[in-house]
Design a protein around this ligand. Structure first.
Ligand SMILES: [Zn+2]
Length: 141
């Protein structure tokens, strides 16, 4: 289960809406207790995809390292990555699966016509052949 605190969630939604019609991406920092994850901070990262950013996102490895460092400085963990799907459902695509890491949660925000619609969290398996849905909660403002 992944639970996203109000300020972190508001930041993710604002980022996804501002980046529309392109995809945004970012990191989620917080604490992990067993399979209970609490996201306290969301961090905007650059979409470094060279092609169409309306359909793809790409993280730079150094940005991910920076997010990991920032988490440790705040005595938190890097829990996962979020990205948006403009005018698309919050499913986990084959590309998402290929670019995933099995130890992170992947939150996908569906943005329809520029506004937040729904979101899902995904847990890829170790082989990156499938992802299962993780229970996702967020705290509304
Ligand atoms: Zn995606």
């Amino acid at each position: 289960m992944i639970d996203i605190e109000q300020e972190a969630w508001a930041g993710m939604v604002a980022h996804a809406e501002a980046t529309y019609p392109n995809e945004c991406c970012g990191a989620m920092l917080g604490s992990i207790d067993g399979d209970e994850k609490q996201v306290k901070v969301s961090l905007r990262l650059d979409n470094a995809a060279a092609g169409s950013q309306a359909a793809y996102y790409e993280l730079r490895p150094e940005d991910l390292l920076r997010a990991d460092r920032e988490a440790r400085e705040r005595k938190m963990d890097l829990i996962g990555i979020y990205h948006s799907h403009p005018d698309c459902d919050a499913y986990f695509s084959q590309t998402d699966l290929k670019n995933s890491c099995p130890w992170y949660s992947f939150v996908v925000l569906s943005i329809q016509k520029g506004r937040f619609d729904h979101a899902n969290s995904w847990l890829p398996n170790a082989e990156q052949t499938a992802a299962e849905k993780e229970e996702l909660k967020w705290q509304k403002s």
